[in-house]
Design a protein around this ligand. Structure first.
Ligand SMILES: NC(=O)c1ccc[n+]([C@@H]2O[C@H](COP(=O)([O-])OP(=O)(O)OC[C@H]3O[C@@H](n4cnc5c(N)ncnc54)[C@H](O)[C@@H]3O)[C@@H](O)[C@H]2O)c1
Length: 404
């Protein structure tokens, strides 16, 4: 436990605003598994009901059992009532921070969410921002809280887990902690010290950029691989054979990713947040976006050069944004579906994990009714796929090469 005197004044160690989401809920469960008393404030009634019943609103390996233990032990409770915010020493904010349809970040997302529960903030609390924020939002929240007149300090401790790995990475990844004052930094470090001993202190401004740079780095690497993929593929060469050959026992290129749809709720939007922050002067980021977002267009373009798509039914296997996930947020499989819906006679979609799309069909139906298949997400279920239909597989999940 934190061992601070502050805790004596509060019923809980922490409350997480947005705590039923993909980042907030694993974090809540992780803290509860270390004995912390955790509250969740979330506006989603359905998610709150599920969490209090010990059920995960989304897939996260290893989370369900730990959630059930935490709820049964009385260590974790979710609520749609913002009054729960006043019960905890630490208030962690981890709501979504998307860009809009014109790629503009919403600098007011966090202040607006806080505005909804500001009357429940109490003197002595430490307010910890954990969402990925537009640079400067930490300072904005500090100003907002100061204006409110409460004795509350602010920290920014960004989340860096990957969905699907949260329940191990929360205990293994180094945790960036940042705050303006030494006291606030020490309190944030003490809290996250419950999860990991690997703490990396920074200033808030450094930490804001560190989080965005982390995601941009990954997005640009994926774009590089995808551009090289298209270059090789246009010449009738198999990028995956080239990649495996050049990375074999060659450490300087070992981090070259395979080709694939670089999608999901973070990498794209965080690259656009950084671009906006740099006055849209971010050629590398914008180029990465054009390449990654262009890959479904390229795939369809290649297919229409080889097939009479207009007379064919095309099946997409995997609609989640990545393999082994049920999350369809910003999934490029849906972009692929839209393009194919325009070009092909019909498009059928399937996914073993996605539960939120009533249009999905069982795999067997898609296999039997399609003339051509495209792997949209490299779910492990597809590794042993048996079909006599042609398959476009830029991921090499079938192990038969990535040429299309
Ligand atoms: N998803 C990831 O893998 C990942 C990884 C690292 C960081 N992040 C960052 O974490 C943040 C959250 O992402 P996420 O994927 O968990 O989003 P999410 O949409 O899954 O979760 C957000 C939760 O906040 C709730 N919510 C929204 N507005 C609220 C409000 N005003 N008050 C209370 N609750 C509210 C929603 O109901 C939802 O449960 C984002 O900034 C994201 O960039 C995400």
């Amino acid at each position: 436990m934190t061992g601070t005197s502050e805790l004596d004044r509060f019923d809980r160690h922490l409350v997480i605003i947005g705590g039923c989401g993909h980042v907030g809920l694993p974090l809540a469960i992780a803290f509860a598994s270390r004995g912390a008393r955790v509250g969740i404030y979330d506006v989603s009634e359905s998610s709150v009901t599920m969490v209090n019943a010990g059920r995960m609103p989304f897939m996260e390996p290893g989370a369900t059992e730990a959630l059930q233990r935490a709820v049964a032990a009385g260590l974790l409770e979710a609520s749609t009532d913002p009054a729960i915010v006043s019960t905890a020493e630490h208030v962690v904010v981890v709501i979504g921070t998307p860009v809009d349809e014109h790629l503009n970040p919403d600098q007011a997302a966090i202040p607006n969410a806080l505005g909804g529960c500001i009357e429940y903030l109490r003197d002595g609390q430490l307010l910890i921002l954990r969402s990925t924020v537009y640079p400067g939002v930490t300072a904005l929240v500090e100003k907002m809280v100061a204006g409110f007149g409460a004795q509350i300090e602010v920290a920014f401790c960004p989340e860096r887990i990957a969905e699907g790995k949260a329940m191990t990475e929360l205990f293994e990844l180094p945790q960036i902690v940042s705050a303006r004052s030494v006291a606030a930094l020490e309190r944030a470090a003490a809290l996250f010290g419950m999860l990991t001993s690997k703490l990396v202190p920074m200033s808030p401004e450094e930490a804001e950029l560190a989080k965005l740079f982390t995601n941009v780095w990954r997005y640009v690497k994926f774009a590089t691989a995808n551009q090289l993929y298209m270059m090789a593929n246009d010449r009738g060469l198999d990028f995956e054979r080239i990649r495996q050959g050049l990375t074999a026992d060659y450490p300087r290129a070992a981090d070259m990713p395979a080709a694939g749809f670089a999608a999901g709720p973070c990498l794209f939007k965080d690259t656009m947040q950084l671009a906006a922050f740099n006055h849209n002067n971010f050629a590398l980021g914008h180029t990465a976006m054009a390449i990654n977002e262009g890959l479904p267009l390229y795939v369809v373009h290649r297919l229409e050069q080889q097939y009479d798509l207009g007379s064919m039914t095309v099946g997409i296997l995997g609609m989640a944004f990545k393999g082994g996930s049920d999350d369809i947020r910003s999934s490029l499989s849906y972009k692929l579906k839209r393009i194919l819906a325009f070009k092909a006679d019909a498009v059928l979609c399937t996914d073993p994990y996605v539960t939120v799309d009533p249009g999905l069909l069982p795999l067997a139906d898609v296999l039997s009714r399609s003339d051509l298949l495209v792997i949209g997400a490299p779910h492990p279920e597809y590794q042993d796929l048996v079909t006599d239909k042609p398959v476009a597989d830029i991921w090499n999940i079938l192990g038969q090469g990535v040429r299309i």
